[in-house]
Structure formats: C-alpha cells, structure tokens
Ligand binder design. Structure first.
Ligand code: GCV
Length: 719
C-alpha cells in the first residue's frame, strides 16, 4: 500500500484553525480516495492470515453472524482456508457458533458444552477453548460471536496452537461509546469537525451527508474490532442544520445506522434542548410543559420508526452557550428526565453531559472555581435521574487537560448511572501533530480508587459495580477520526482509538500490552522488514509519550497554558488566564498554582471523599504531579521529589524536548523498514512536534524565569 505522505496540517504553525482549510482539505476535496487508498489501521488483510488459512465453520443466524461469516470467507479466500456455514462430515480447525445454532461437529461438541457450562455468556460475551486441534468460539448472542472473531484475529497464530482451557470473555462496560463532534455544515470558526485534527468528517461535508458508506462501514468494522458499540454522529454543540437530524434530516442518520448495524455499532444523536422551539415551533422548551413532553415523545417515536435500534440522545445543556432547562427555572434532572421519558418505551438512553460551568468568569473573583462546577450542579441531584439517564462526566474536573485529578462527581452520585468521558481527539494533547499515547492517562483514571486504595475504582463506577445501586453508564470519548487517509492524521494516533475501545472492554488492561496488540495487528510481522525493531521503536516512541508531552507543556497539574489564537495548539502561558473561561495558574512574582483547599482556597478538595479530601488538602501529601492544581506555592517550595517548583519547571521542560529529539532519532531507524507512507507522515509530524516542544519549553521557562527571577541551577539558556 502506498499512501500520500503530505501532512494534513500546517507543518510549522500547527492547526491554526479547526476549519476545513486549516485541516488541509477544501470542501469538495476527497483526500481519502476510495477503497484501497484508506489505511487499513488495525485490520490489514495480513492480520487475518492465521484464521484465513483454516477450515472454519460458522453456525448461527442474524446480521452479525453474517458479518462474521463474510469476514471469515474473505480471509479464507485470501489465505487459502475454507469457510462453511453448515456442519457436515468435513474436518474443521475452527468453529464459531451461537449456542442455540444446532449440532456442531463432534470435535467441537464437548468443548462447546464446557465453554457454556458456567451459565449465560451475555449479549456481547463469548467463550474460547481449544483441544484436539479444534478451536471453538461460542456465544449466546450474535454480537458475542463478532467480538469473538476479532479476539481470534488478535490472538493470531496462538489461537491455533496447543490447547486452550475454556476462557470466558465479556465487556466490563455495556456502553462503549464514541462521540463525534462533527458538524453537518462547516462552522465558521470550528470547521467541519470541532476539535478535529484528521481532515473532514467521514459522515458530513459542507452541509450534506457524504454518503461514502464504504468508509463508514470500514469505520464500523474497526470499531467492532476494538470493542466500541455506540457512536453519536454529530457535535454536542448543536447548530441549526444539525438540529434537523432529529426530524427532516433523520434519513441521513438512518443511513449511517444501516451501515454500522452489521458491526454491532448503534447510532446516537446529539440534540438541542431547544428542539421543541426551533424545530417544533412551540413557544417553550420547558421540561414540565405537557406540549413539550408530547413533542419529544412524538419526535422520538418517529426516530424509532425509522431506526428501531437507535441508541438515544446526547445532550450538552446550559453549557458554553447551549440551551438548557435553566432558562425555565428547571434543573438538569428535570431536563434529562424529559428526554429519558420519551426514550424509555424504546429502550433508549439519554447521555446528559455534566460539563456545566460558568464561562463568563472574572479573574479577580477568586471564589469562582471551574473545577467545582460539575459537582456543585450535579451531586445534589443524585437519585433524581431516571434509570435511562446516563450522566456523562469528563474524567477530570476541568477539561481534558494533560494532567487533572479524577473528577469528584464520579464518587458523588451513587444512585445515578455515570459515564466517564475521555477525549481521544487530542485537543489539549498535541492535536495529532504530536505523538501522545493516551492509554496510560486513561488507565490511571479508570483504576483510580475514589474511596481510597483497595476500594472500588472509577472503572467500577462506570461499569455499575461501584458502591452505589446504579447501573453503569460506561465510557464515552470524543472521536479522533476524519477523512484523512490514515483516519487520524497522525498514524500513531490510531493507537489511541484502538486503546480506548480495548480499555472500555477491559479497563484492567495494561496500556503497554494494548500497544503490543495494536502493533501486532497494524504492523504484522509479514509486512515489515524487521519486526523486533518495529516493536522496540514504537514502544520507545509511544509508551511514555503522554508523560513526555506533560513534561514540555503542563507542569505539576497546571492546565490551559494553550494558545487561544491557535485553537489550543502551542503555548500561551497567559492566553486564558484573564479571560472569561476561567483562571488556571495564578502565577505572580512570588508563586504559582490554584489554591483549592478548604482552609484558604476554593474548597474544591472538600468535594472528594476521604482519604483524597485530606491528601489533596495537605501540601505535604498532595502528589507532585497535581500540586499546582490544588495549591498556590512559592517558587522555592520543595516537592516530594526533592526539587523546587521552579527547578522542576525548568528541568522537565528541558527533558521533554530532549525526549522528543530522541523520539525523532529513533523513528529514523524505521526508514525502509515499514510502509514508506506511514514512515514519512510520522517523520513529518515528529519534526513539528520537536519544533513545538522547543516553543513550549522556551515560552514556559522564560515566563516563569521572568516572573520569579530565579535562575536555573544548571545554567541553561533561558531568555
Ligand atoms: C464541543 C471544550 C472544547 C469545546 C467542546 C467542549 C465540550 O471546551 O474546547 O470545543 O465543545 O469542550 O466538551 O463540550
């Protein structure tokens, strides 16, 4: 395969605007081409070689079983195997079967019995076993068989070697969702995809549906292979045209649902709370008004008439200018329950976002703290949401910064279904110009124990196995794909999408092991010159790349030192500091950091249960990496690491740049070893990453040197 190596973002200035020009694609452009011009990501044909060279029997009925059979048939045609749907006398190496699909070949029957012995496998689960030369994948429902198939692909040759005792697999989270911030119309400021760094939308272009359903199907296939089972197809900021996806443009949504259904991916829609007014012509959208309730009920009925397996609504209400229940003196529970009531008869859910804060702040008012906002708004409402409301909270209390503590909302609503929201698109983590493998960040958040070490984790809360009675809301994340031929602009950013799905399936997975899976699938040994070097290099470049990014950008939990003018790309230490969106570092000549203590600050630490309420409150116990998130300290404050705050800022910024230089150096060794197009695209972006890291280092170090007047003890150049 040979793909264009040209960068889709400005090589030096970063993605200056999120519009289609900035993304490198004018409307009408089709950079992805068709079919073979799109990168195969983690499903190249070679990844199917072990399975495709076997004699395979697929048993069962239904759309998803047909998908399984099609996959097997295609793999067998390419790799010399044989695919059957009816059990006969012929010998088999692999059986993929629904448990109620009728008789299996003798060799598989005993295994199938053992695999199913421990009760139901669930709607998406499967069991795998191997003995006497036959591998068996068994499921109760078609989705389980599909996930079992992709599990086999991940196992590769190992699925057909030796014996495997019965192992049951099931997702930890029932809802594993991606939110697309894609606009139908090109937004004058945000472009076709808000915070999109991979070209245009794969769904929409310049006001209309793209109707490139091959690409959508290919996307669904990739999602199924990493475990994602739901997407919302439009931006949570719902503008005029997008609002109509709910009504007269519903056909466009139905087409996407049809294309994604064979991969077990259900479609959801972002809707505007003002829909009864802007679409229905009612005088109000008040959630308790009977006419408003009737309007939502009727609109939702029409949706299900067209899309029977429609997932539900996503709502950003009373947030950053979006309409919501506050207009009518109602609260978020009133608003969410209105939509939930309309969805309930059809089994739909409403994802109601907890991203609600005052975005008209005054930096002189130190009592307003954006970090407090979600808890202040939502925690008092616990217990008032209907069962089919999922309150969706960003993993941190602010906004997807490179380092944030876990949001206290996640420990404050035991009677509410909670979803944790991540951002796969790299708005604040390098905008897919920088390598930043985010799985370690997400893994830290998911394994964080809000009630103290050893207790339930954030993942437990999202899975519904936390301390409260509520079912889980699962995970949601902002998608990072576009019509770029590599899907994600930066080819290595594909790993973030893959890892997100895998962690939603099993939050206990080790991010390094997930990266290994991704490497094995994306760079099969048969397609690269030196598999060991490829693996070693990718680990060296990616494993620690999130912490590297943190080093040259955001010290000790300070966030938002990003450039407003360049849409959050690159540094601007005071860019947001005195704006209406919030204040983030409070640096002056004496010190830096936000005092969020109960003793002297905003009291945010009190939103955590013990022990974290005490740990974060205490200057000596607070973890270094979050110190400036919770405390305002003098530059000479000595960290737990032994370094002073100011020296830590200098050291990490110099180190971060060095690490990026090392990444670039290592990548060069893969020239001629991997697909030249992938190599070239990554090489270009590493150049930009290094340039930008130097800019971050110099701006941050210079700013804090000039503020503090404290020289670098190592005497390096700071301007
Ligand atoms: C879709 C951040 C982003 C916005 C985004 C918002 C949200 O503020 O910069 O582009 O809006 O988060 O999550 O709703």
């Amino acid at each position: 395969m040979s793909l264009p190596s040209a960068t889709t973002g400005p090589a030096t200035a970063g993605p200056a605007t999120a519009g289609p020009d900035a993304a490198g694609h004018a409307a009408g452009d089709d950079p992805a081409g068709r079919g073979g011009d799109v990168h195969a990501a983690w499903l190249p044909p070679e990844a199917f070689a072990p399975l495709g060279s076997r004699r395979v029997l697929v048993r069962g009925d239904g759309v998803l079983v047909d998908t399984v059979f099609d996959e097997v048939e295609r793999a067998c045609a390419r790799h010399g195997g044989r695919a059957d749907r009816t059990a006969g006398d012929r010998a088999v190496d692999l059986v993929l079967a629904l448990r109620d699909a009728g008789p299996l070949p003798a060799a598989a029957t005993a295994l199938a019995r053992a695999a199913g012995a421990d009760g139901p496998l669930g709607g998406e689960g499967f069991a795998l076993a191997r003995a006497e030369g036959v591998t068996v994948v068994l499921a109760d429902a078609p989705a389980g068989l599909l996930y079992g198939l992709f599990h086999l692909v991940r196992l590769g040759a190992a699925a057909f070697e030796g014996d495997h005792p019965v192992r049951r697999h099931a997702p930890a989270m029932a809802l594993r969702m991606l939110d697309h911030w894609d606009n139908v119309d090109v937004h004058p400021v945000m472009g076709q995809v808000e915070r999109g760094y991979a070209g245009g939308s794969i769904f929409w272009r310049a006001g209309a549906a793209r109707r490139d359903l091959d690409r959508v199907r290919a996307y669904g296939r990739l999602l199924a292979a990493c475990g994602v089972n739901a997407i919302s197809v439009n931006n949570v900021n719902v503008h005029a045209t997008e609002a109509r996806l709910l009504t007269d443009r519903l056909g466009d949504v139905a087409e996407l649902a049809d294309a994604l259904r064979p991969y077990g991916v259900r479609v959801h829609l972002s809707v505007t709370f003002a829909a009864p007014v802007v679409l229905g012509g009612l005088p109000t959208a008040d959630p308790v008004d009977p006419a408003v309730r009737a309007w939502w009920a009727a609109a939702t009925r029409r949706v299900y008439a067209r899309i029977p397996d429609f997932g539900g609504y996503v709502v950003k209400a009373d947030s950053e200018g979006q309409p919501g229940p506050f207009t009518y003196g109602r609260d978020h529970a009133d608003g969410a329950n209105l939509l939930a009531e309309a969805l309930a008869p059809f089994g739909g859910v409403v994802h109601w976002r907890a991203f609600v804060y005052n975005h008209r702040q005054d930096w002189r008012d130190r009592s307003t703290d954006r970090a407090r906002a979600a808890y202040d708004h939502f925690a008092p409402l616990d217990g008032r949401f209907r069962d089919n409301v999922v309150v969706q909270a960003k993993f941190g209390p602010i906004d997807f910064q490179p380092r944030e503590p876990v949001s206290p909302v996640l420990a404050a609503m035991p009677a509410t279904r909670l979803a944790v929201e991540f951002q796969v698109t790299q708005e604040y983590t390098g905008q897919q110009q920088h390598v930043c493998y985010l799985a370690p960040c997400w893994s830290e958040a998911l394994t964080f124990a809000p009630w103290g070490p050893g207790g339930p984790t954030v993942a437990d809360v999202a899975a519904g196995s936390g301390p409260g009675p509520a079912a889980g809301g699962g995970l949601a994340a902002v998608a990072n794909v576009g019509d770029d031929p590599f899907w994600t602009g930066h080819p290595l950013a594909q790993a973030n999408l893959y890892a997100y799905g895998r962690l939603a399936w099993d939050p206990g997975l080790d991010p390094v092991a997930v990266l290994d899976e991704w490497i094995d699938l994306t760079f099969p040994a048969s397609t690269v010159g030196d598999p060991a070097l490829v693996r070693e290099t990718l680990h060296a470049v990616m494993d620690d790349s999130w912490r590297t990014y943190e080093r040259y950008t955001a010290p000790l939990g300070v966030g938002f030192m990003v450039s407003p003018a360049r849409h959050h790309y690159g540094p601007d230490v005071d860019g947001y500091e005195y704006s209406r969106w919030g204040t983030y570092h409070f640096a002056d000549r004496d010190g830096v950091g936000v005092d969020r203590t109960r003793a002297t600050g905003t009291g945010f630490t009190g939103q955590y249960p013990p022990p974290w309420s005490q740990v974060y409150e205490s200057l000596s116990d607070c973890p270094d990496e979050l110190l400036l998130f919770f405390h305002h300290v003098p530059y000479g404050h000595v960290l737990r690491s032994g370094s002073t705050v100011i020296q830590h800022i200098y050291d990490t910024h110099f180190a971060g740049v060095q690490q990026v230089a090392g990444m670039r150096q290592r990548w060069r060794r893969l020239a001629g070893v991997i697909d030249p197009a992938v190599h070239a695209r990554v090489a270009e972006r590493l150049e930009e990453q290094l340039r930008c890291a130097i800019e971050w280092r110099d701006q941050v170090n210079t700013y804090f040197f000039r503020k503090s007047g404290v020289p670098d003890v190592r005497g390096r150049t700071i301007h």
